[in-house]
Design a protein around this ligand. Structure first.
Ligand SMILES: [Zn+2]
Length: 85
């Protein structure tokens, strides 16, 4: 019996997904883990690849409109490299 086929999911499954960066126009992988984070915060998909996000953070100080890009706080497992300033 496969009765859950008729069951429509309300939330999309969290899978790895390729997105296109609006800055360098290259595809980057938006991992399910990141997606989960964004979704949890009611964020949308990131518009830039991680490297462009890093570059932007260096060139521009974060503004309120940049809240969509959580940046390095995504990965608490990563070594904290925000202690430069
Ligand atoms: Zn990019």
């Amino acid at each position: 019996m496969i009765d859950n086929v008729e069951h429509k999911r309300v939330t999309p499954p969290f899978v790895d997904r390729h997105l296109r960066c609006i800055d360098c126009n290259s595809e980057f992988l938006f991992s399910a883990e990141e997606k989960n984070y964004f979704y949890d915060k009611n964020f949308y998909y990131p518009k830039r690849c991680p490297s462009c996000r890093e570059a932007r953070k260096r060139n521009h100080p974060p503004t309120t409109s940049e809240v969509l890009e959580p940046g390095s706080s995504l990965n608490p497992h990563n070594n904290h490299q925000g202690a430069q300033q």
